[in-house]
Design a protein around this ligand. Structure first.
Ligand SMILES: Cc1cc2nc3c(=O)[nH]c(=O)nc-3n(C[C@H](O)[C@H](O)[C@H](O)COP(=O)(O)O)c2cc1C
Length: 327
């Protein structure tokens, strides 16, 4: 006997649960889902905006875009194309997307399985460099969302590293930035969000210095034997700088990251260069005509036998997904 089709709203609810695992700025998880009739509404949650690091809410929208893409991947794994309308109501700019079940398609769970394996891996990677075929695949993943993936060329790496260092120094000296870092690295356990010291590595000599999260608590993740020599730096860039572009950049970030995870590669984002306006402008110049940088990432081959990075906490479905009037 064939199974009756699942209620559409159950598919959306399940997709919104998978989307809990999406990456977000400082694990702020700045979104909510509302299940309305046959569709799900994804809302930006401004109460979770990092107002020092992200005053315009660009990285908040980017994080919501990553959650949206995670949800579409879950629907694809269940055998449906996701029917998405992005930013459907100009009078309600925090309504990021309306999502419903589209046409039936061949189920594909390759990226879905990667959702549960993906981690922000801040450890130094191996000497071996991700190959050209992998980088082409990542470029195509970003391109599906109209986003450019620029691989920082070897002759641009020094300027890129200088931009990251300059952004880090500016942020460290500014109480507005420092307060956000402090707040989101010292969240209490019941909050189930923020960046835990267990996922942060102590600083070791590297071409591009990792972000300094250890403002209040010492970094507690073993960096391992990697040298980071094979690490590739990529920048996701959009043609314009409008809310639609930031959402698309988030979808692209998710697609690129799940794609590289499925290939056995690892990554961590670098957003300081986006958060500090002057550095973002300088980066645009360094890269020359790639568009508006939305986020950078380091991508590499994890060292052999590296232990998985501990999974970062997530809020529960009952806190994030609800019927109208509940959330
Ligand atoms: C918009 C955005 C910006 C981020 N910026 C950084 C960053 O600058 N440095 C970093 O190490 N991780 C960065 N991250 C990774 C988050 O800290 C990470 O996704 C979050 O803590 C959850 O951990 P997980 O990705 O392992 O699930 C960023 C993620 C997003 C979506």
């Amino acid at each position: 006997m064939t199974q009756p089709p699942r209620a559409e709203i159950d598919q959306i609810a399940e997709a919104s649960i998978a989307a809990l695992r999406a990456p977000s700025l400082f694990n702020s998880q700045p979104w909510r889902w509302r299940l309305v009739g046959h569709h799900g509404e994804l809302w930006a949650d401004r109460s979770r905006q990092l107002t020092g690091l992200d005053p315009a809410g660009h990285l908040l929208l980017l994080s919501c875009g990553a959650a949206l893409h995670h949800a579409t991947v879950a629907m694809h794994a269940a055998g449906y194309v996701a029917d998405v309308v992005r930013l459907p109501d100009p009078d309600r700019p925090d309504l990021v997307a309306r999502l419903r079940q589209g046409a039936a398609c061949e189920p594909d769970d390759r990226l879905y399985r990667a959702i549960y394996r993906r981690r922000t891996d801040r450890r130094p990677f191996d000497d071996e460099r991700p190959g050209p075929a992998a980088l082409d695949e990542l470029r195509a993943a970003a391109g599906r969302h109209g986003v450019h993936l620029h691989v920082v060329r070897e002759d641009q790496v020094t300027a890129f590293a200088a931009a990251v260092a300059r952004a880090g120094a500016i942020e460290h000296a500014d109480p507005r930035f420092r307060d956000d870092v402090l707040a989101w690295t010292t969240r209490s356990r019941p909050d189930r969000d923020g960046v835990s010291a267990r996922s942060v590595v102590p600083s070791t000599p590297r071409t591009v210095a990792p972000r300094n999260f250890a403002v209040a608590r010492p970094a507690a993740l073993e960096p391992g034997p990697g040298t980071d020599q094979g690490t590739v730096y990529v920048v996701l860039a959009t043609d314009a700088d409008e809310p639609h572009d930031w959402v698309a950049a988030g979808e692209a970030l998710s697609d690129v990251w799940l794609t590289l995870t499925a290939r056995g590669l690892a990554a961590s984002p670098i957003s300081e260069v986006i958060e500090v306006d002057a550095v973002r402008t300088a980066l645009r110049r360094v890269l020359g005509g790639v568009g508006s940088p939305a986020i950078a990432m380091r991508v590499g081959v994890p060292v052999a036998e590296a232990e998985p990075v501990p999974a970062a906490m997530r809020r529960s479905g009952t806190d994030v997904v609800g019927l109208p009037g509940q959330l």
